[in-house]
Write a protein that binds this ligand. Structure first.
Ligand code: FEO
Length: 397
């Protein structure tokens, strides 16, 4: 059941091919995921992370095939979220006095979840734990992506255990980055970054620079989800540096919902105006009521500008549009432009509401947006195409 990572380091996690939703229903996992736990068998033996609670018994059974549980010297708990700590209670019931190494915030969150007074040992950046010939070096990584998060580096083997950072929700029996489909892998990496790490981008840049300044040789990155980075692990570090630096591609994304196709027609005509003016820009349209929200967020992450449209309903906007506006407020996208559009029959508040929300979410408004009455007639269609043309010129790179 284990996979040898390097020398005496073994993957002992769980590949979850069935998973389609994560964080409750909050994050879609079209390609499943993995919960990566690692066993280091030097003169001293350490466990890094466990697995999600539904797989706790299976995990303990498999682990006990690898090592007698009372021979485990140390448990490293880099992050208390349940997908990592879910098997901890069961594990500790077999070895209740074994020391658990975690950050100060790790103690708080582990106690908060499990209400146990285990043998906690608080570590800070630079603290070391001897495994014999090799050492573990701890590196706190607060807000990447929880206050308790921490990395850990294994000397001699030059392995960085990065917990959630550099991970992706991607099930693969191959388990190593050089063996899997690269498009699938990086699609999942950017989706993971966009949806989970975007609000913490300044901290991502800072933490990576701090770790690089240690000048530690790096052979492998063992993240806690998805594949293990053994082939040029620096490639995902470079991607993170790019993504954390107000990332954008030459893309304009048009997001909308529609009742009787009026706002959809507007979206399509604006798109035509943009693409007929700027042949290089990648214009994409998504109906928010029909598209996975995490995929939408990934497309927003890649965009230099977005347009968001809703018809006016009950002096407000459609709920799918309101939902995505709430999401983007929390994600704190930077360096992106935006505008609103929508059709209406009577009062016509939708563009104003959307514009206000986009501004609150940190987008730079391009203008006051565009609205048309009812289903756009020839004049309305012409206005939308012309609006698209002017918008393309305003946001051209
Ligand atoms: Fe993989 Fe933050 O949990």
């Amino acid at each position: 059941m284990s996979i040898n990572v390097k020398n005496n380091v073994f993957w002992i996690g769980k590949i979850d091919w069935e998973l389609r939703k994560f964080h409750g229903d909050e994050y879609s996992t079209h390609r499943g995921s993995t919960y990566n736990s690692y066993l280091i068998k030097e003169e001293k033996t350490a466990i890094f992370d466990t697995v999600w609670a539904p797989f706790a018994e299976e995990y303990i059974h498999n682990l006990s095939q690898e090592i007698e549980l009372d021979k485990i010297d140390y448990v490293i708990a880099p992050h208390a979220e349940i997908d990592h700590s879910g098997a901890l209670s069961l594990l500790m019931s077999h070895m209740p006095d074994t020391p658990i190494y975690c950050t100060q915030n790790g103690v708080k969150s582990l106690k908060g979840h499990y209400h146990q007074d285990w043998n906690f040992n608080v570590v800070k950046t630079g603290d070391r734990l001897s495994l014999g010939q090799k050492e573990l070096i701890f590196i706190e990584a607060p807000m990447l992506h929880w206050p308790d998060s921490m990395f850990c580096y294994l000397t001699e083997d030059n392995i960085l255990f990065s917990n959630d950072a550099f991970g992706q929700h991607y099930a693969s029996e191959y388990m190593f980055n050089d063996l899997v489909d690269q498009n699938e892998l990086f699609d999942e990496c950017i989706k993971y970054y966009a949806n989970i790490l975007t609000p913490f981008s300044p901290l991502v840049t800072k933490k990576i620079k701090e770790v690089l300044a240690f000048n530690l040789p790096l052979d492998i990155i063992c993240a806690s989800h998805g594949i293990i980075w053994r082939d040029r692990p620096e490639q995902i570090v470079e991607k993170y540096l790019k993504w954390s630096d107000d990332y954008q591609e030459n893309q304009i994304t048009i997001l909308y919902d529609t009742m009787w196709s009026g706002t959809r027609v507007m979206a399509e005509k604006i798109a035509h105006g943009i693409s007929s003016t700027d042949k290089a820009v990648n214009v994409k349209l998504f109906n928010l009521a029909k598209t996975d929200k995490n995929d939408v967020i990934t497309e927003i992450f890649k965009s230099k500008a977005i347009l968001m449209g809703s018809p006016t309903i009950n002096r407000g906007i459609l709920v799918s549009v309101a939902g995505i506006l709430e999401e983007v407020k929390g994600l704190k996208f930077k360096n992106k432009k935006a505008a609103a559009f929508g059709c209406y029959g009577w009062s016509g508040e939708s563009t104003k509401i959307i514009s206000e929300n986009l501004k609150t979410a940190g987008f730079e408004l391009i203008d006051d947006g565009i609205k048309t009455m009812w289903r756009p007639d020839n004049e309305g269609i012409t206005q939308c195409v012309e609006y698209g043309r002017q918008l393309a010129a305003k946001v051209r790179l």
